[in-house]
Design a protein around this ligand. Structure first.
Ligand SMILES: [Zn+2]
Length: 86
């Protein structure tokens, strides 16, 4: 997968963050096994370098807050079904 970096940095809102692989804002889902948030469509985690860079998800930034929010409000990773590619 090749990341596509948007021209502007993105600020995560609630459980939404910018996915550089989907090139869209996605509602992230919580993966209990990995203990982190993932894009339900492509499966990338918020520990991906480009995801962190675009969304400002560093430990002194939005990371802990975003992870807590997704854990509380997001869907569970397992229950998420990726849509078929067209
Ligand atoms: Zn994605």
């Amino acid at each position: 997968m090749q990341p596509k970096l948007p021209e502007q940095k993105h600020t995560p809102k609630g459980i939404k963050a910018w996915c550089v692989y989907c090139e869209e804002e996605r509602e992230f889902a919580w993966d209990d096994r990995l203990g982190t948030a993932r894009c339900p469509f492509c499966g990338i985690t918020v520990y991906d370098f480009y995801i962190r860079q675009v969304n400002g998800l560093w430990h002194d930034g939005n990371m802990s807050r975003f992870e807590r929010t997704v854990q509380k409000q997001g869907r569970r990773w397992k229950s998420v079904k990726a849509p078929k590619k067209t």
